[in-house]
Design a protein around this ligand. Structure first.
Ligand code: SAM
Ligand code: SF4
Ligand code: SF4
Length: 332
């Protein structure tokens, strides 16, 4: 299963809801996602059984990694039941969840019991005021740290901590995060602020390049590059030379990695997107609900992947920015 540029299909990111309890200005700015925002009605959202069928078809075409995301996935009622369905698909080598961590403390145990193996928690700052500015004033740091601790206790390791870096907003806290998570076994990953969607008012000046992030950390704690774990890994890895662990930087803006991009994204209403920056998906919900067989579903997915030519980050230009899908819809 190769796309038009020779890239295999290896990862499926599954968004289970378009709703979120945070309003991170870089993803779901409050001005747009206020009380009367028309989130999708329940009938348009895939059921767990529909998600499972699509995931099985994707695994049949070569997917090895499944990641549950959103919106905020822990807002989806009964999420552990979906984890249980996905965990028993033969051929899945990695099943993880990306969450803002706000509700994680209450869920870590049931998620692990359902078969979740790893979790990624987003945490943009350890400073309450900065963190609130980064999440639309929805939460201080404490509930997220409690979620991280609960995940640790449940053995959902290695934990990844994602921090989106926006210049002038939270970049002064990069070193605090490095200090906090050095020596814990968790992998702290800094993500360059991306021009996903059309709603966050992205400007290149807001991006702190990965090289600068690594240099700032390296000035206090020397680091050296590590080889990728596998071809197509999104993060550039570094280790602290004093043996205190690993960090990653996701340089999607300054060092695009489309050449090795093996990721497809399933939105909560059943569209498959072959790029984070796509303007259009392929509808699988319609065919599913019209009675498509597993083979038909697999053919539809294969045809979509086979026709793929996406390399947005490598081609990033002002002309291509209009009309892109929003991040909360397909989950990053
Ligand atoms: N709500 C969950 C969370 O925040 O972890 C899962 C969904 S969120 C869309 C997935 C990841 O995308 C988060 O780590 C978030 O920080 C990241 N993200 C969202 N908007 C972004 C942007 N404009 N640039 C870079 N990363 C972004
Ligand atoms: Fe919600 Fe995650 Fe987007 Fe923040 S990044 S608004 S937590 S979906
Ligand atoms: Fe993959 Fe699209 Fe991101 Fe390139 S821009 S790495 S093709 S998701």
């Amino acid at each position: 299963m190769k796309d038009r540029l020779g890239r295999g299909l290896r990862d499926l990111r599954i968004s289970v809801t378009d709703r979120c309890n945070f309003r991170c200005p870089y993803c779901m700015p409050e001005e747009v996602f206020h009380g009367s925002y028309p989130f999708l009605p329940k009938a348009q959202i895939l059921t767990f059984e529909e998600v499972e069928r699509i995931a099985r078809a994707a695994v049949g075409l070569g997917v090895k990694k499944l990641r549950i995301t959103g919106g905020e996935p822990l807002l989806r009622a009964d999420l552990p039941a979906l984890v249980a369905l996905l965990a028993r698909i033969t051929g899945v080598e990695d099943l993880s969840l990306t969450t803002n961590g706000f509700l994680l403390a209450g869920y870590a145990a049931t998620l692990r019991e359902a078969g979740l193996r790893r979790v990624t928690v987003s945490l943009d700052s350890l400073d309450d005021a900065t963190f609130k500015a980064m999440n639309g004033r929805r939460s201080g740091v404490a509930p997220v740290l409690a979620g991280i601790e609960a995940a640790e206790r449940e053995g959902l390791r290695p934990l990844k901590i994602n921090c989106v870096v926006k210049r002038g907003m939270n970049d002064q806290g990069i070193l605090d995060l490095a200090r906090r998570f050095r020596g814990t076994g968790h992998i702290l990953r800094f993500i360059e602020y991306m021009d996903v969607g059309t709603l966050n008012g992205w400007r290149m000046d807001d991006v702190v390049p990965a090289k600068e992030i690594v240099a700032r950390i390296g000035a206090e704690f020397p680091v050296e590059p590590l080889d990728p774990n596998y071809a197509g890994e999104t993060a550039n890895r570094y280790r602290y030379t004093d043996g205190q662990g690993e960090i990653g930087v996701i340089a999607s803006v300054t060092q695009p990695f489309c050449g090795g991009c093996t990721r497809a994204r399933l939105s909560c209403d059943g569209q498959i997107y072959t790029c984070l920056f796509a303007s259009k998906g392929t509808d699988l919900r319609g065919p599913l609900r019209a009675g498509a067989t597993d083979a038909e579903l697999s053919d539809l997915l294969a045809g979509t992947w086979g026709a793929r030519t996406d390399r947005y980050s490598e081609e990033r230009t002002s002309q291509t920015r209009a009309g892109k899908v929003e991040m909360y819809h397909i989950g990053g």
